[in-house]
Design a protein around this ligand. Structure first.
Ligand code: FES
Length: 278
């Protein structure tokens, strides 16, 4: 008989996670480094998600923002937009929150091995893709050319500024960044993320990951098609309005697909016929 009080046998059972560190990244976003209580290990793949909860408030789906290759902790970024996220964002180092996961399908790491990879991230889309970025950088010899494009609304909304500085100087990644609107003192590119494609050298056999606001998808896909990148090589990280995270409630449904169990990572080939998807 299964013991439904144990996490291993119950998909709804939240595990306690201790906050090792927390940092305010922007006005709305906080970056947490977590560790499961009782020396449990969180095992996950880049692109997977978890449900993060606080008793008395509820739970919200959040993607892993660090790579499984970094074993001491796992990261999430929480944007203060609703009751649950606002309550979570009041927590401090040493407090606990609760997690269920990992959930869903992440990136097919075997398919990405020995390939050229490009990641196109917009706004807080950099958070879930940071897991794959760190993974690639930690296993750099497993991949060919690695290109990273990042666009944010303005310089005050840039996520992970320390990482951005490192990536900009690194020879392991061809990093390009832009902001939609500059502010006094900003010396970088200004323009939509699609403007970064102008002088880009990308092979047509590159696997591409896109994550960001839905409005960005169509325009980025258009640029990728100009580069002759095939639909089957384009992956979208779709984080829909999830609730249960395990295919029971239908909140994340896109026609016959559930973002929580079939995704959140989908190849464009799989979902291009679903009007709602992109
Ligand atoms: S979140 Fe409930 S079915 Fe996907």
């Amino acid at each position: 008989m299964l013991d439904y009080n144990s996490y291993e046998n119950n998909i709804f059972y939240p595990m306690e996670a201790k906050i090792l560190n927390v940092k305010q990244v922007t006005e709305l976003e906080r970056h947490f480094s977590l560790k499961l209580a009782n020396d449990k290990q969180m095992t996950f793949s880049p692109g997977q998600i978890m449900e993060v909860s606080l008793f008395g408030y509820g739970e919200i789906p959040i993607g892993f923002a660090s790579s499984p290759t970094r074993k001491n902790s796992f990261d999430i970024v929480v944007r203060s937009v609703g009751r649950v996220s606002k309550a979570i964002n009041k927590l401090q180092k040493g407090d606990s929150l609760y997690v269920r996961g990992p959930l869903g399908h992440g990136f097919d790491l075997k398919a990405f091995k020995n390939q050229n990879v490009m990641i196109v991230a917009g706004g807080i889309g950099l958070c879930p893709t940071r897991s794959m970025i760190q993974y690639i950088l930690d296993k750099r010899s497993d991949f060919k050319k690695f290109t990273l494009l990042y666009g944010s609304k303005n310089p005050n909304q840039r996520m992970f500024v320390d990482d951005l500085e490192v990536w900009a100087k690194s020879s392991d990644v061809d990093f390009h960044e832009t902001v939609d609107q500059g502010i006094p003192g900003w010396k970088g590119n200004v323009g939509l993320i699609t403007t970064l494609f102008k002088n880009l050298e990308v092979e047509s056999n590159t696997k591409v990951i896109i994550c960001g606001p839905p409005v960005m998808f169509k325009f980025v896909i258009f640029e990728l098609q100009k580069l002759k990148i095939k639909n089957e090589d384009i992956y979208l990280d779709l984080e829909r309005r999830m609730k249960c995270g395990v295919g029971k409630c239908g909140h994340c449904q896109i026609n016959d697909h559930y973002a929580c169990i079939h995704g959140p990572v989908f190849s464009l080939d799989t979902i291009k016929h679903l009007e709602e998807a992109i």
